[in-house]
Ligand binder design. Structure first.
Ligand SMILES: CC(C)(COP(=O)(O)OP(=O)(O)OC[C@H]1O[C@@H](n2cnc3c(N)ncnc32)[C@H](O)[C@@H]1O)[C@@H](O)C(=O)NCCC(=O)NCCS
Ligand SMILES: Nc1ncnc2c1ncn2[C@@H]1O[C@H](COP(=O)(O)OP(=O)(O)OP(=O)(O)O)[C@@H](O)[C@H]1O
Length: 394
């Protein structure tokens, strides 16, 4: 007989923070030994390899996982899992099977004899056995293991070793080396802060300003370009007609917004006019910050990546929030209908697209105090790398 090891969202496969050497910690617990016909497992050994999403509470299923954008690609997780297995038990024979549905091969493979579950996933094991009986297969022995406690878990993290906690600890840290662009002056150091509407950029930007950054709000500059007499006023009115005007001749942004959000062609028409003007104003502001002796500028810009403004910044910092939460927040904040809020969200890039080029990721899903701590951590680490950079010979 055989036991199949199913790797789905195993903790080892995700980016590990430096502080916690889970590999060492887990080595102490893992003890896999292969007998002639099966793998025997001692308590505490297998949570890592064997995740049964059926039994996980809905909030933990892959699609709903906290900070799912920070989960590494499947192939990389499998590679890391193989490396780990080789490390702890080179003689082990195993298959790694992607779980494309909650059961995987557990309900169809007649060779299987045993399934390893944790106290959290016991119900999933029982569901597997129900399906096996329906399929005319024998029930699997349920081998239940304890959850391994995480000695480093903080107050707002789970007590067990959890990949969600690992991902939370990545927030605020540098995920890839800063851009090295010879065309970009080294000072002031510019952070491009982006994120979907309602992701909390403005709150984050305020904390950063409080910590000493010079703040550039691209939304505000965007509004300034089409005040009457501004560089884009005439063109915008010409393009979108007098119906976007208030009685006093100013542009009514709510009316304009309703015209462009949800209509890609019209939105592009507007942004083709205003983005180059905003970019000019941003450059001016960066110059202003420099003359004020500010070392760090934060460019708060939802459309940083779409508009190609990444070229103006040294690092991209991305704020993420699950879409359903963003929807609620902008409906509350701006009094938008669900449809209008959806249109805004649909006009934008996805969280994953923004996380991919990000140097630092932040998340405002929890209480404001948690966001503040994240920002303070990100700021402290930024100061550290800026001072290291300065001490390097030019
Ligand atoms: C459509 C307009 C008139 C709506 O104005 P309004 O005051 O109602 O909204 P505001 O400007 O505060 O934007 C609110 C949020 O909508 C999102 N948003 C704005 N413009 C865009 C865009 N071009 N693409 C995607 N999302 C956008 C952002 O998340 C922004 O933070 C205005 O957003 C606009 O002129 N947009 C085009 C210029 C632009 O891209 N500005 C954003 C610079 S970061
Ligand atoms: N940590 C938090 N907990 C709860 N609510 C928050 C948190 N951070 C921000 N919010 C709320 O969520 C809403 C959206 O945040 P914010 O205005 O900072 O987003 P934004 O990314 O700047 O949005 P936009 O791009 O639409 O301007 C605000 O009403 C804000 O008060």
């Amino acid at each position: 007989g055989a036991v199949q090891t199913v790797a789905e969202g195993a903790a080892v496969g995700e980016r590990e923070p430096e502080r916690t050497d889970f590999r060492k910690l887990l080595k102490g617990f893992v003890s896999l030994s292969r007998s002639s016909s099966s793998i025997t497992l001692r308590p505490g050994s297998c949570r890592l390899f064997n995740e049964c999403p059926l039994a996980s509470p809905p909030s933990l299923r892959p699609a709903d996982k906290v900070l799912k954008e920070l989960i590494e690609p499947y192939e990389l997780r499998v590679a890391k899992l193989r490396e780990f297995l080789l490390d702890v038990k080179p003689s082990l024979h195993y298959d790694i099977v992607p779980l494309l549905d909650p059961y995987g091969p557990s309900i169809t493979d007649p060779e299987l004899q045993c399934i390893v579950v944790s106290e959290e996933t016991r119900k999933g094991g029982e569901a597997v056995n129900k399906k096996r009986l329906e399929n005319g297969l024998s029930e699997l022995a349920l081998y239940e293991i304890l959850l391994v406690k995480d000695p480093y878990h903080s107050e707002n993290e789970e007590e067990k070793i959890s990949s969600s906690s690992l991902r939370q600890r990545l927030l605020g840290t540098l995920l890839q080396p800063p851009r090295k662009d010879p065309a970009l002056p080294s000072r002031p150091y510019v952070i491009g802060l982006t994120g979907g509407t309602g992701s909390g950029k403005t709150s984050i930007a305020k904390y950063l300003e409080h910590l000493g950054a010079f703040l550039i709000d691209a939304d505000k500059l965007g509004h300034a370009v089409y005040i009457p007499g501004g560089p884009a006023y005439e063109q915008v009115v010409e393009k979108f007609g007098p119906e976007i005007l208030n009685e006093d001749g100013t542009i009514n942004r709510k009316v304009l917004g309703a015209k462009v959000f949800g209509n890609q062609e019209r939105l592009k028409c507007l942004t083709d006019i205003v983005w180059p003007e905003i970019a000019q104003m941003v450059k001016k502001k960066i110059g202003e910050a420099d003359s004020l002796g500010k070392a760090v500028c934060v460019l708060d810009a939802a459309v940083l990546l779409e508009a190609g403004w990444k070229d103006m910044v040294h690092e991209v910092w991305t704020a993420v929030i699950p879409e359903e939460e963003a929807l609620k927040r902008i409906m509350d904040r701006d009094g938008l209908s669900e449809e209008a809020a959806q249109n805004r969200l649909q006009s934008q890039m996805t969280n994953s697209q923004r996380v991919e080029p990000a140097h630092v990721v932040l998340c405002t899903l929890w209480e404001p105090a948690v966001t503040r701590k994240q920002v303070e951590k990100a700021w402290a680490l930024l100061q550290e790398r800026m001072s290291q950079d300065q001490s390097q010979p030019a």
